[in-house]
Ligand binder design. Structure first.
Ligand code: MN
Length: 193
């Protein structure tokens, strides 16, 4: 098997009550695992077998793209959380957020609204371009902003499997509460690299 599912950097109950252990059990344990398992099956014996995951995403479409991108997106999503994290950005990222959105509070509001506005399954992404400019974008299904030449630095998964067990239909509540577990040190690192 080419790609392996990375272990979570925290305990299964560490994100509760924002994200429950049951949601982790299904979202990480079943959904993420299934994307990675399917990806491995699809690339076996093909030209994609020895490619980096990012290259597969950029060069594939259809079922392979969906599973490769979902594998990447979920690893990225689960690694941005830490229950004991700093709850606000600092440094260059903070400055850029305030420059473009006025304040951190206004940025959060816009990001939540973008997430609420995704029709059906998808993501709200925060990305940067080569000049460090930030972009809040909505994505359908498995879409990832790297296919538009941007560098993703944060994503909130708004597929129902990400929140339905904990918030039922209240996607806005999930998006509002999830800030409490975002590890801004990781988002800053992604921004600065
Ligand atoms: Mn998901």
């Amino acid at each position: 098997m080419k790609f392996t599912q990375p272990k979570l950097p925290y305990a299964q109950d560490a994100l509760a009550p924002i994200i429950s252990p049951t949601t982790i059990e299904f979202h990480y344990g079943k959904h993420e695992k299934a994307y990675i398992d399917t990806l491995n099956k699809l690339i076996e014996g093909t030209e994609y077998e020895d490619m980096a995951l990012e290259d597969i995403i950029l060069k594939s479409d259809g079922k392979l793209f969906n599973n490769a991108s979902q594998a990447w997106n979920h690893i990225f999503y689960f690694f941005q959380f830490n229950p004991d994290a700093f709850h606000e950005p600092s440094g260059a990222l903070r400055e850029q957020i305030e420059k473009q959105y006025g304040s951190f509070e206004d940025f959060k509001k816009q990001f939540e609204e973008a997430g609420v506005g995704v029709f059906g399954s998808g993501y709200v992404w925060l990305s940067k371009d080569n000049d460090g400019k930030l972009y809040i974008t909505q994505a359908k299904n498995a879409e990832n902003p790297m296919t538009q030449g941007l560098k993703p630095i944060m994503c909130f998964d708004v597929w129902e499997h990400a929140y339905y067990l904990d918030y039922q239909n209240l996607r806005a509540s999930y998006l509002h509460k999830i800030w409490d577990i975002v590890d801004w040190a990781i988002i800053e690192m992604r921004y600065e690299n």
